[in-house]
Design a protein around this ligand. Sequence first.
Ligand code: SF4
Length: 193
Amino acid sequence: MSKQRFLLHTCCAPCSIAIIDELKSTYDLTVFFYNPNIHPEEEYLKRKKEVVRVCKEWNVPMVDMDYEVEKWHSETKGLENEPEGGARCAKCFAMRLKYAAQYAAENNFDMYSTSLTSGRNKKADIICPLGESFGKKYGVEFHCEDWKKGGRPTSAKATVGKQESRQEKAARLINERGIYRQDYCGCVYSKYI
Ligand code: SF4
């Protein structure tokens, strides 16, 4: 039986490396890079380069969308002073999920999801309903998961049958590869305000 086709919107390599590793064995996985929120362009290219590197290593196809900065600014207009986690972020999530859902439907994927819920300040109960509503709108299933959770924390005492939590696995994969880790969410406001 052929594997189901899964489109994973990916915000950056640190947030998605463990998810890509996990999903690639179960699904016919494609990574979708659409993040016009990232500022400046140099930073956008740096993050994208790391996602390209991970996908190449594991032979996972990657869809590289346009860097639509002007569109992102017009979507979030009037919300410049919102705190991180507020209304600007909800718009920012919605914009990226909308294009992921649209692309997934137009290209016959069975489901789609996003690595966004693995971010420390990114709540699954805000992101999942958005993903589900765009999934309904375009006719593709949204896979809702809080990627911050999952796996079993490694016990300090355990030496046999040790199992990593998802976050431990991500930290290990990032360190092994020397993957770039940013210290701000992405947009100009998260960088300077
Ligand atoms: S803080 Fe992050 S999620 Fe919020 S608007 Fe900026 S880039 Fe988007």
